[in-house]
Design a protein. Sequence first.
Length: 168
Amino acid sequence: MLKASIASVLALAAVAALSGCAKKDDAAAPQAEATVAQPAPQMTEPHPMPAPAPVGEVDLTGIAKADGGLTVAEIFADPAKLAGQKVIVRGKVVKTNAGIMGTNWVHVRDGSGAEGTNDLTLTTKGEVPKVGDTVVVTAPVTLNKDFGMGYVYPVILEDAEVTVEAAK
């Protein structure tokens, strides 16, 4: 009886192998390959900058340059010279985004510069100022900061100290 049982098991194994049932491991392999994470596509163009509040909503007149500071246009005029150096700039907040990637994002304008050189992006861990607030910002200049997924900033002030000035 034992010989008959062993013969039956061997016969079943042979039938399973010939019919393809024993190839479960091979069939699972392509599925495993299909779930391997693919690298993120590389973007050839930077992500478009977020649109700040329409300038008509924030009055940029009468913003004086901070003592010992620079204008937004002056920072954009020669950023390589300023790379890594702390700068001071006074301007008005035109856009904010709180709590993105663990930091607060603020766009500041002072009425200087042309399109592309008139909006300075900064990050801060401090309180988020309101759109329209006049602020004095102190931070080092960082160049060509790439946050991935097309978010590349040619000029950005990171970990800025932001002081909101009292309304006049």
